[in-house]
Design a protein around this ligand. Sequence first.
Ligand SMILES: C[S@@+](CC[C@H](N)C(=O)[O-])C[C@H]1O[C@@H](n2cnc3c(N)ncnc32)[C@H](O)[C@@H]1O
Length: 200
Amino acid sequence: MSDPLSHWNQVYRESRPEATSWYEDSPLLSLDLLERSGLTADTSVIDVGAGRSPLGSALIARGLHDVSALDISSEALAQLDDAGDTLQRIVADVTTWEPPRQFDRWHDRAVLHFLTPRDAQAYRNVLLTALVPDGRVVIGVFSTSGPEACSGLRVTRYDERSLEEFMGVEFEFLETLRHTHLTPWGAPQDFLWILAQRRT
Ligand SMILES: C[S@@+](CC[C@H](N)C(=O)[O-])C[C@H]1O[C@@H](n2cnc3c(N)ncnc32)[C@H](O)[C@@H]1O
């Protein structure tokens, strides 16, 4: 396999949105969980591994003015709807990123499951640096009944226990739910979603 940066840039250069399994018209579940985490216009949100997701522009349309989209692929972020140029784009590998500031909310749909155990630990360290002390996270990963691979890459699947173990004592799970995403060609993909609160 090519390195992750080349892999993802190639995917976004060569595939239309509807040709990628993770495509969704509207990020309804992400918006719902973020809404349930408590949002005001002043809540800062970072979407890590945002890809071409419309989540950032939906949050801006919802009235938030401090929304960031981070992805390893500059190609993906260049294709994002910029919602009037207010969406902040960060090209970075989430496992090595050094956050220059903190955020109230951390959102990840379908990124953590691509990471090896070592990279996942690095992700957790970055999360702990990037999140405010009483911040909340919304994370969606393939569940143990989900796919074993995606975009040609092997994934790590999680259940409630392994995800709670991974997140560690710093986080209290407020909600967990299972959701089946349907790819644009109708294939089911089982996800596990969490809304978790950082313990102060
Ligand atoms: C399956 S896509 C999901 C995209 C988006 N979250 C969505 O729901 O449409 C996975 C995304 O993670 C990004 N990604 C993979 N590894 C990454 C890393 N180490 N750091 C930052 N982004 C990464 C990819 O470029 C890709 O955009």
